[in-house]
Write a protein that binds this ligand. Structure first.
Ligand code: 13P
Length: 250
């Protein structure tokens, strides 16, 4: 059975104190929900206290990036081992903002995926086309390239610990959500690639939709056959709106 995973991506938002306050509230909002895996992606500075605040609850914590080495002379970077040691269970990788502003390539993202899996954490691999790709009819090609690149050398066993987040770049932070039909069509294509890579495991992998997902459109998106969750930016910053999306995933 595919797990529904609703994950927040706070991006570069919230001080540590704000993070703990939000999570304190969110715990109450989502108490008792077990049908959905609930994840919050937070900045590095919040992770330790975020894990402490949510320990024993149904909320898991994600980092938003990682460097694919376990230690060494990489000034300013954070390793998978360090994240694992404080109780982080998921890592968001290859977000379009990292691809765009930090020139992350599929090869580099692939190294990160492997490094995260090697520590026993779950990788959330983000893919998605830009507006000009969609307009040029290149959506499926772009997604397939990002998928095959990000997942190169991954075994079926490893793939079971990977979530794919499809985030059309034109829908991120713009209020322009993909229609449920359009998102489903693209998710079905992504599913096909995953099945071609991992057979049955590809059928079971969670594919999240991301891009202006909010309480008002979540239920309709999540009702689609191949939309198994959401990766939520703006609407994950407030406990109430994020909890409403979680509830729509039940
Ligand atoms: P928004 O929900 O703010 O559009 O952001 C989506 C996103 O980029 C999540 O990773």
């Amino acid at each position: 059975m595919r797990r529904t995973v609703i994950a927040g991506n706070w991006k570069m938002n919230k001080t540590n104190q704000e993070a703990v306050e939000m999570l304190h509230q969110l715990k109450k909002e989502v108490a008792g929900i077990s049908e959905v895996d609930i994840v919050i992606g937070a900045p590095f500075t919040c992770l330790s206290d975020a894990v402490k605040e949510t320990v024993g609850s149904n909320i898991k914590i994600a980092a938003e990036n990682v460097y694919p080495k376990s230690s060494g002379a990489y000034t300013g970077e954070i390793s998978p081992k360090m994240l694992k040691a404080i109780g982080v269970e998921y890592v968001i990788l290859g977000h379009s903002e990292r691809r765009e502003y930090f020139q992350e390539s599929d090869e580099f993202i692939n190294e990160k995926v492997k490094a995260v899996l090697a520590e026993g954490m779950t990788a959330i691999l983000c893919i998605g086309e830009k507006l000009e790709d969609r307009e040029a009819g290149k959506t499926n090609m772009v997604n397939e390239t990002q998928l095959r690149g990000g997942l190169a050398g991954i075994t079926k066993e490893e793939a079971a610990n990977i979530i794919v987040a499809y985030e059309p770049v034109w829908a991120i932070g713009t209020g322009k959500t993909a229609t449920p039909e359009l998102a489903q069509e693209t998710h079905a294509k992504i599913r096909k690639v995953l099945v071609s890579l991992f057979d049955k495991v590809g059928e079971e992998m969670t594919i999240q939709y991301g891009g202006s997902m909010k309480p008002e459109n979540a239920a309709e998106l999540l009702a689609q056959k191949d939309i198994d969750g959401g990766l939520i930016g703006g609407a994950s910053l407030e406990a109430k709106s994020f909890a409403e999306i979680v509830k729509a995933g039940r």
